[in-house]
Design a protein around this ligand. Structure first.
Ligand SMILES: Cc1cc2nc3c(=O)[nH]c(=O)nc-3n(C[C@H](O)[C@H](O)[C@H](O)COP(=O)(O)OP(=O)(O)OC[C@H]3O[C@@H](n4cnc5c(N)ncnc54)[C@H](O)[C@@H]3O)c2cc1C
Length: 391
C-alpha cells in the first residue's frame, strides 16, 4: 500500500494552498462584512482562477476541463476548504450532469462553464421538497414545442453569480418523471422572490425563485424524461467528496490556529497547552483530522480505481457524514481553546464555526447519509464499509 501523494498531486495541493492564501484569504473580511463577495470583486477573482490554471477542475479535457483524477481534485479542494465565507466556490465546478447533455448543450453550456465564461446554479429544493425529491411540485408541460415550467425553488446557491439554472421538474406532475431543464437568464416569466440571509456569509447568494410558466425550447431538456435523479446522483457523489475535502481543510486550519494559540497564550504562569484539559482537546482534534483525512483520500482513490457505482455512492455518503460531523467537533474545540478570542468575528475560527454547520445539511443531511449507509449494510452487509478489499 502506498499512501503517499505523487509529486503531481503534491504540486496541485500546493497550488490549491497558494491560491487560497494569496487570492481567497484576503477576501474573507470584506465578504464577511458585506454578507457576500462584492459584485465589483467578482470578475477579478474569476480571472485569477483562470490565470492560476484552476478553471474546470472537475471536467475532462474534451469538455473544457483540466482532466484531473479525483485524488488530484481532492488535493486542491482540501486546501480551498481552509477559506471561510464559502469563498472556495469562486473556483467553480460546472454541474456534472452537463456531461450527459447533447453535443450542442456541451458546446453551449459545459465547455464555456469549464472555461469560466458561463456559470450554472442547480435548483432541486422546494418549500415542500427537501430530503424527499418526489415531493417536488415544479411541473414541466410540453405545449406547442415549448416546455412550460411552473413552481417554486429555494436555496438556489450562486444564483446571482450564474447565467443559467438547471431546474429539476416533474414532467406532467408525475414524480416518476423527474427531469432536468437548462434555463437561461434573464429567465422569462420568473420572479426572484428574495435571497435570504443565512447563518454563514457566503461568496454568492442562495435564492428563492418562482417560475410562472417559464418557457424553454425542447432542446433545453438535459438527458431524457425521467432521468433527473439519475443524472443528479453522480453530482451527489462529487459534491459529497467536495464537502468532505472542505471539512478536512477547515478543521485543519482551525486546529493549527488553536495549536499555535495554546503555545503562545499564558495563564497561571504557563502556556495553556500545559493544562491537560487543553492538550487533550488538541489531541482529540488531531485524531479526528487524521481519521477524516485518511477516509477522504481512500474514497477519492477508490473512485479513480473504478470502484462500482453503488459502493462509491455508499462510501461517499459515509465520508460526507463523518467528515462534516468530525469537522464540527474539531472547530468547536478549537474555538474553546481560543476562549473569548475564538468568539470574535475577526477570528477565522469563529467564521469556520458558522460555516461548517451547513455541511451537515446540504447535499443530503446527516440523517439522509445514515439512511444510505444503513440501506447498504442491510443489502450487502457491514463488509461494504469494514473490508479493505474493494474489488
Ligand atoms: C445554504 C444552503 C444552500 C443550499 N443550496 C442548494 C442548491 O443550490 N440547490 C438545491 O436544490 N438545494 C440547496 N439546498 C437545500 C438542501 O439540499 C436541503 O436543505 C437539504 O437537502 C435538506 O432539505 P430540507 O432543508 O428541506 O430539510 P427536510 O428534508 O425537511 O429535513 C428536515 C429534518 O428531517 C430530517 N429527515 C428528513 N427525512 C428523513 C429521513 N428519511 N430519515 C431521518 N431524518 C430525516 C432531516 O435530516 C432534517 O433533520 C441548500 C441548503 C442550504 C441550507
Amino acid at each position: 500500500m502506498n499512501f503517499d501523494l505523487s509529486p503531481r498531486e503534491k504540486e496541485l495541493s500546493k497550488k490549491g494552498r497558494d491560491f487560497c492564501d494569496q487570492v481567497l484569504l484576503p477576501l474573507e473580511a470584506v465578504t464577511d462584512e458585506h454578507g457576500e463577495l462584492p459584485m465589483e470583486r467578482r470578475e477579478a477573482v474569476r480571472q485569477q482562477v483562470r490565470d492560476w490554471g484552476l478553471a474546470g477542475i472537475n471536467h475532462s479535457r474534451e469538455n473544457g476541463g483540466l482532466g484531473l483524477t479525483m485524488v488530484e481534485q481532492t488535493a486542491i479542494e482540501e486546501q480551498l476548504g481552509r477559506v471561510t465565507n464559502g469563498l472556495w466556490s469562486c473556483v467553480w465546478r460546472p454541474p456534472v450532469s452537463l456531461k450527459f447533455g447533447t453535443e450542442t448543450q456541451k458546446h453551449d453550456y459545459l465547455i464555456p462553464s469549464s472555461h469560466g465564461h458561463r456559470r450554472g446554479a442547480f435548483a432541486i429544493t422546494e418549500p415542500e421538497a427537501g430530503s424527499d425529491p418526489r415531493r417536488v411540485k415544479t411541473s414541466a408541460r410540453l405545449k406547442n414545442g415549448q416546455w412550460h415550467l411552473t413552481g417554486e425553488k429555494w436555496f438556489v446557491t450562486s444564483y446571482n453569480a450564474s447565467d443559467f439554472v438547471i431546474v429539476h421538474a416533474h414532467v406532467d406532475d408525475d414524480p416518476d418523471k423527474p427531469t432536468l431543464f437548462l434555463v437561461d437568464k434573464p429567465v422569462n416569466n420568473m420572479v426572484h422572490l428574495r435571497s435570504p440571509k443565512f447563518m454563514h456569509n457566503f461568496a454568492f447568494d442562495h435564492a428563492e425563485l418562482r417560475f410562472e410558466g417559464t418557457t424553454v425550447g425542447e432542446d433545453k431538456m438535459l438527458g431524457k424524461i425521467g432521468q433527473g435523479l439519475e443524472l443528479t446522483k453522480d453530482w451527489f457523489v462529487e459534491a459529497r467528496l467536495q464537502i468532505a475535502s472542505h471539512a478536512v481543510g477547515a478543521a485543519t486550519r482551525a486546529a493549527e490556529i488553536a495549536n499555535d494559540y495554546a503555545t503562545s497564550r499564558h495563564q497561571f504562569d504557563r502556556p495553556i497547552r500545559d493544562f491537560q484539559g487543553v492538550e487533550f482537546m488538541l489531541a482529540d482534534m488531531a485524531v479526528e483530522i487524521f481519521a477524516a483525512k485518511s477516509m477522504l483520500y481512500r474514497v477519492a482513490w477508490e473512485i479513480d480505481q473504478g470502484l462500482d457505482r453503488k459502493r462509491v455512492h455508499a462510501h461517499a455518503s459515509a465520508l460526507k457524514l463523518y467528515c462534516s460531523e468530525a469537522a464540527g467537533r474539531v472547530i468547536d474545540k478549537a474555538l474553546q481553546v481560543l476562549g473569548g478570542r475564538g468568539y470574535m468575528r475577526e477570528n477565522p475560527v469563529e467564521r469556520l464555526y458558522r460555516d461548517i454547520r451547513v455541511d451537515r445539511i446540504w447535499e443530503g443531511t446527516s440523517e439522509i447519509q445514515r439512511v444510505v449507509v444503513a440501506g447498504q449494510i442491510r443489502k450487502r452487509g457491514i463488509g461494504v464499509f469494514s473490508e479493505v478489499a474493494w474489488a
